[in-house]
Design a protein around this ligand. Structure first.
Ligand code: NDP
Length: 456
């Protein structure tokens, strides 16, 4: 490894010893940049690596809100504005008890490279709160009510509004922040600033949202995978696909795969996984979307209603398949470990496209790279969501709404460009077919060159 990268990592570990997830993510990215850093001494002369691993701004704030029993609750809110060299900060908000500074720094750091890859002018950021809309603070086993979620979102935005703006920072949704939460957040923002400037993306269609935004991450992941298959002169017809998760990304990936002729055999959630040996139909997937997105239920409730579907409690999608061609981890971070990777490879897996952020553990990622299968890291494969958010920003700026066909065709074009750029960057630095290196190098180079051009 380059001594410059080695030294940067040593300093980063000393400075962020309490942030193991962030150290892991920075190490994974920086170690893949050796060829490009060695070829460009000006990056070291201008301390590009030291600067790119340090957020431009970290905001932490208190969020007080009143629950349905009248009790005052206190959560912690965050916004990490990581890098704005190529455009306004852009990245999701996550509401989950696992949210902390280290996890958000991982996601914000990854977002810099992902946004750069989209070909659109967007910087990297991430934010959220340890608030858990899925667990009522006063009634065990119940979710927060709509009123509680609304009051939380209003209080969260009452601080966040002063740090964001359409040309400064444009947040979006992430885990547990969907259309409902974005609506409440935007309503409060608009009330405070008295402006309809579209400052959040993922908005409802009647108030500036983009068609195809809900579908974009799942569809985009499949489009990326389609481009990888094309390099082997193959397509999805008849391919057996395992998907984890059953939320936004997983369900639209499943829908697009079935439309393209693939056989989707698994989906999962916290309760367990479903397995359909002869493949889920579009109607089955619609029923899962209704269950998870509208009724907010568990997969364990639906298996009995769907023909030919078995439910396996408490497991993920991987080790229940007896043959698999492609795997799409679309649930959460670190959900596919080394054992899962070995199982998938042994059962025929030739393609892995990450719909979630960093779902493969380092051991799993290393196994996929060693086996030289088609392996797309999340920052490239799931960039369709943020790319379409960028398209939502463009539509808001021109006060226009594009048709679904127009947005979908732009999304397809962007995913093809991300694929081709990552493929070309890997090949240029002697690692043809390594999409992990290719995505990091292509994403990094654009931001690094913008930082160089703008001075210290
Ligand atoms: P959702 O909340 O809609 O879905 C998440 C899915 O993962 C649900 O099925 C959930 O199950 C499951 N899950 C979460 N935690 C666990 C767990 N501990 N064990 C088992 N299953 C679990 O999120 P999204 O689909 O929007 O996002 C999924 C991933 O994709 C995340 O990593 C997110 O950061 C990433 N991503 C999302 C984008 C988007 O546009 N939505 C864009 C880019 C990345 P349950 O319903 O039981 O909670």
């Amino acid at each position: 490894m380059s001594t410059y990268i080695d030294q940067t990592l040593k300093d980063l570990k000393a400075k962020n010893a309490d942030q193991p997830e962030f150290i892991q993510a920075a190490e994974e990215v920086l170690t893949t940049l050796a060829p490009v850093v060695d070829a460009h001494p000006e990056y070291q002369q201008n301390a590009i690596l030291e600067r790119i691993v340090e957020p431009e701004r970290t905001i932490m704030f208190r969020v007080n809100w009143i629950d349905d029993t009248g009790a005052v609750r206190v959560n912690r809110g965050y916004r990490i504005q990581f890098n704005s060299a190529i455009g306004p900060y852009k990245g999701g908000l996550r509401f989950d008890p696992t949210v902390n500074l280290s996890v958000l720094k991982v996601l914000g750091f990854e977002q810099i490279f992902k946004n750069s890859l989209t070909t659109l002018p967007m910087g990297g950021a991430k934010g959220g709160s340890d608030f858990n809309p899925k667990a009522s603070p006063h009634t065990p086993g119940k979710r927060c009510s709509d009123g509680e979620v609304m009051r939380f979102c209003q209080s969260f935005m009452t601080e966040l509004f002063r740090h964001i703006g359409p040309n400064t920072d444009v947040p979006a949704g992430d885990m547990n922040v969907g259309g409902r939460e974005i609506g409440y957040l935007y309503g409060q923002y608009r009330k405070i600033v008295n402006e309809c400037n579209g400052v959040l993306t993922g908005k409802g269609l009647p108030f500036g949202g983009s068609l195809v935004r809900p579908e974009a991450t799942g569809y985009g992941c499949v489009y990326f995978a389609e481009n990888m298959l094309k390099t082997k002169k193959a397509n999805f017809k008849g391919k057996v696909c395992a998907i984890s998760g059953s939320g936004n990304v997983a369900s639209f990936a499943a829908q697009k795969l079935v439309t393209l002729g693939a056989k989707v055999v698994t989906l999962s959630d916290r309760s367990g996984a479903i397995y359909a040996k002869s493949g889920l139909s579009l109607d089955d997937i619609k029923a899962v979307m209704e269950l998870k997105g509208v009724k907010r239920g568990e997969l364990s409730e639906i298996a009995k209603q769907l023909k030919g579907v078995k439910f396996f409690p408490g497991v993920n999608s991987w080790q229940i398949v007896d043959k698999v061609d492609c795997a799409f981890p679309c649930a959460r971070q670190n959900e596919l470990n080394g054992d899962d990777a070995a199982y998938l490879l042994k059962h025929g897996c030739k393609l892995v496209a990450e719909g979630a952020n960093m779902p493969s553990t380092p051991e799993a990622a290393a196994a996929f790279l060693k086996a030289k299968i088609l392996y797309a890291p999340g920052k490239a494969a799931n960039a369709g969501g943020v790319a379409t958010s960028g398209l939502e920003m463009s539509q808001n700026a021109e006060h226009l709404s594009w048709s679904a066909e127009e947005v979908d065709s732009k999304l397809r074009g962007i995913m093809a460009a991300i694929h081709d750029n990552a493929y070309a960057a890997a090949a240029k630095y002697g690692h043809k077919g390594n999409y992990v290196m290719g995505a990091n190098i292509a994403g990094f180079t654009k931001v690094a060159d913008a930082m160089l051009a703008q001075g210290i």
